[in-house]
Design a protein around this ligand. Structure first.
Ligand code: PMP
Length: 408
């Protein structure tokens, strides 16, 4: 396992972790919202702007070809990282949200018609609800919702029973951004595939924490954002199996995605360019690949193991505080700790933690249906990354105790 010495060495790659907030050392526990960026990612952005900036594809000049190569190399490295068979199956998007909008719009256009059904779950982020609702309104579809237990685990028997010949897709989170639940996505894919129904997995919260192989999982679509895995903001991917992407219509029109344009008829490029209208974020893509390389040098299994220990420790410590209620107690859980303390408002706790330099997130975490299930307005959420230390957890718990005392 990563030792505290390893962690201190790795922390040096993240200059922001030395910041002082209100005169106190920063304890950054908002990693589920976005992760901090290591020096190699920031340097990749800088060096590509300084040395390799030219618009990509179709350029005959040297710099354009260099930038194109870097962008396509990044696509290949992302494909390798997630175990995709073919880099054509990696579509660059602005992030998870745009990837789901793309999938819902384009898949829905091709495969869904009035009366068809889509399956989501109670624990979805709004990004994996609203795009499907927009589609459902447009096409008059029904949305079925997999319920969860009090612990925050999906009811897979319900899923088995609800699937029918009208079900066109199942779209669920791999890991919940509120509960930390690691869903049994292998089983979900198996259940859906028994009925030949494709599955989209929202991997926004899984990608920085657990090793992924989309081919092994047999996922049909998988989406995530670079900024959740130490990469830049504004870029992410939709992985889709070629057999679906080939049949799906373009999501946006413009340059890059065409083969031939006339006013009478336009034909489109092949994969992946059919879905990538306009100048892509070719600087972001290289920084994205640099982030994945960084994670690979540490080892995702090592990260997972260390974060599990952090979560275990934080959970034990927080439960020492009277009236703490943790939301999300599934057997398989990732590095997220959502909680409330008695009747204290989550926002007040967040403010008092911030004053002590501890950054957590408060609110509904873009999961209002999940808040409705627990009959709460929101939670405090501490979320961990491998650069967090046990000492920081101690500091967080001490700060929380102080906040609770002041608010009680
Ligand atoms: N799904 C989940 C589970 C998330 O946690 C998030 C980010 N909070 C998203 C989707 C949306 O990601 P983005 O804002 O990067 O598009």
């Amino acid at each position: 396992m990563l030792t505290q010495e390893d962690i201190l060495r790795l922390r040096a790659d993240f200059p922001i972790l030395n910041e002082k907030i209100h005169g106190k050392p920063l304890v950054y526990l908002d990693n589920a919202a976005t992760t901090q960026k290591p020096v190699n990612v920031v340097n990749t952005i800088v060096s590509h702007y300084y040395n390799a900036n030219a618009n990509i594809h179709r350029g005959v000049h040297f710099l354009s070809q260099k930038a194109t190569e870097a962008h396509e190399q990044a696509r290949q490295e992302i494909a390798d990282f997630i175990g995709a068979k073919n880099s054509n199956e990696i579509i660059f998007t602005r992030g998870t949200t745009e990837a789901i909008n793309l999938a819902a719009t384009s898949f829905g256009e091709k495969f869904c018609s009035q009366g068809d059904e889509i399956v989501l779950s109670q624990m979805e982020h709004h990004s994996n609800i609203v795009p499907w609702q927009l589609l459902a309104e447009r096409k008059k579809l029904k949305i079925n919702v997999i319920p969860i237990s009090e612990q925050g685990e999906l009811d897979l028997n319900y899923l088995k029973n609800i699937l029918n010949e009208k079900t066109k897709i199942v779209a669920v989170a791999h890991v919940s951004n509120v509960l930390g639940t690691i869903n049994n996505v292998k089983k979900i894919v198996e259940i859906a595939h028994e009925r030949c129904i494709p599955v989209l997995l929202d991997g926004a919260q899984a990608i920085p924490h657990i090793s992924l192989n989309v081919s092994g999982l047999d996922a049909d679509f998988y989406v995530f954002s670079a900024h959740k895995i130490y990469g830049p903001t504004g870029i992410g991917i939709l992985f889709g199996k070629e057999k679906f992407l080939e049949q799906m219509p373009p999501y946006q029109g413009g340059g890059e995605m065409i083969s031939k344009v006339t006013f009478e008829k336009t034909t489109y490029s092949g994969l992946p360019f059919k879905f990538e209208a306009g100048t892509p974020d070719f600087i972001g893509s290289t920084a994205f690949a640099a982030a994945l390389k960084y994670v690979q040098t540490i080892g995702i299994e090592q990260i997972e193991q260390y974060e599990n220990e952090l979560l275990k420790y934080a959970t034990e410590k927080i439960l020492e505080i009277p009236e703490v209620k943790i939301y999300g107690n599934s057997k398989e859980k990732s590095a997220v700790l959502s909680f409330n303390v008695g009747k204290i408002h989550h926002y007040d706790i967040g403010v008092l933690l911030d004053q002590q330099g501890v950054a957590v997130r408060t609110g509904h975490h873009c999961a209002q249906p999940l808040m409705d299930f627990y009959k709460i307005a929101g939670t405090v959420r501490a979320s961990f990354a491998f650069y967090n230390t046990f000492e920081e957890i101690d500091f967080f718990i001490a700060a929380l105790k102080k906040a609770v005392k002041m608010l009680s």
